[in-house]
Ligand binder design. Structure first.
Ligand code: 6PG
Length: 231
C-alpha cells in the first residue's frame, strides 16, 4: 500500500480534481468507474465542484455506491444519499441507474444484506470474488470513526461480510456501513478531512494509532491518499 498525504490550501479544487483523475483513469482502463461516496459535511463542496468539472464523464459508465448510510428515509436531512443527490447527482444530471442507494428506510439487517447482494452480483459479472471499488471516499469523525465504523462497535471486527448494519450506542441508532474487508479491497481509498477541525486526532490517525477506526484502513492491493484541508 502506497500512502500519500496532501495538505491542501485549495481543498475543494484538489479533492474534485483527484476524483476526476481517478474517474478518467478507470474509464480508460476498464470502461467503468466504481466510486463509493462518503457522507457527512466535509465532502459536500467537493462533490459540487466535481459535478461542475466532470462534464463529459459518461455517467452511464459510473457506478456510485455509499460507504455508509444513516437508517433514515432518503429525503431525511440526515441522509447521506440526500446530501449526495443535492450536491452531485442533480447538478451533474447523474441518472438514477448509476446510483446504488442504501435503503436506510427499511430494516437495517435487510438493507445491509440486499446492498451486499447487489455488490456481489456486480462482482460476479466481472468474475471477481469481491466487488472492487476504483475509489472509496472516506471521512473521519471526531472520535476517529470512518464510514460508520465507530469505536467499540461490532462492525469493526467483521472479517467476512462486506456491508453490515452496525448499532452505534453514542447515537442509540443503527447505521449501514462498509466493513474493512470491502474497504481494503479498493484500488484506491481517499480520506477527505478538515485538518483544522481536529488536528491532534488526525495526526494520531496518520501515525497509525489503531485505537481509531480510520487508522485501520489499509488497502491490501491499493493506495491510500489523505487530502487534508489546511487553513
Ligand atoms: C457519516 C459519514 C462519516 C463522516 C464523518 C465526518 O455518515 O457521517 O460517513 O463517516 O465521514 O463523520 O463527517 P464530517 O465530514 O461532517 O466531519
Amino acid at each position: 500500500m502506497n500512502r500519500d498525504v496532501v495538505r491542501s490550501q485549495n481543498f475543494v479544487h484538489d479533492g474534485a480534481e483527484f476524483i476526476l483523475r481517478h474517474a478518467r483513469a478507470a474509464l480508460a482502463e476498464r470502461d467503468q468507474f466504481r466510486i463509493a461516496l462518503s457522507g457527512g459535511n466535509t465532502p459536500r463542496p467537493v462533490y459540487t465542484e466535481f459535478a461542475r468539472i466532470a462534464r463529459g464523464i459518461p455517467w452511464d459508465r459510473v457506478h456510485f455506491t455509499f460507504g455508509d448510510e444513516r437508517c433514515v428515509p432518503p429525503d431525511d436531512p440526515q441522509s447521506n444519499y440526500r446530501m449526495a443527490r443535492e450536491s452531485l447527482f442533480v447538478l451533474g444530471a447523474v441518472p438514477e441507474k448509476s446510483v446504488a442507494r442504501m435503503r436506510g428506510e427499511i430494516d437495517p439487517q435487510v438493507a445491509a444484506q440486499e446492498y451486499q447482494d447487489g455488490l456481489d452480483r456486480l462482482a460476479a459479472e466481472r468474475g471477481e470474488t469481491m466487488y472492487r471499488h476504483d475509489l472509496i471516499l472516506l471521512g473521519v469523525g471526531d472520535d476517529g470513526h470512518t464510514a460508520s465504523l465507530f469505536p467499540e462497535t461490532a462492525a469493526l471486527e467483521e472479517k467476512v461480510r462486506k456491508v453490515v448494519a452496525n448499532f452505534v450506542p453514542k447515537f442509540d441508532s443503527w447505521r449501514l456501513t462498509f466493513t474493512y474487508p470491502l474497504i481494503n479491497q479498493a484500488r484506491h481509498v481517499c480520506f477527505l478531512a478538515n485538518a483544522n477541525k481536529n488536528r491532534s486526532l488526525l495526526e494520531k490517525v496518520l501515525e497509525g494509532d489503531q485505537e481509531f477506526p480510520a487508522a485501520r484502513v489499509a488497502p491490501a492491493n491499493g493506495d491510500l491518499t489523505w487530502i487534508l484541508a489546511e487553513a
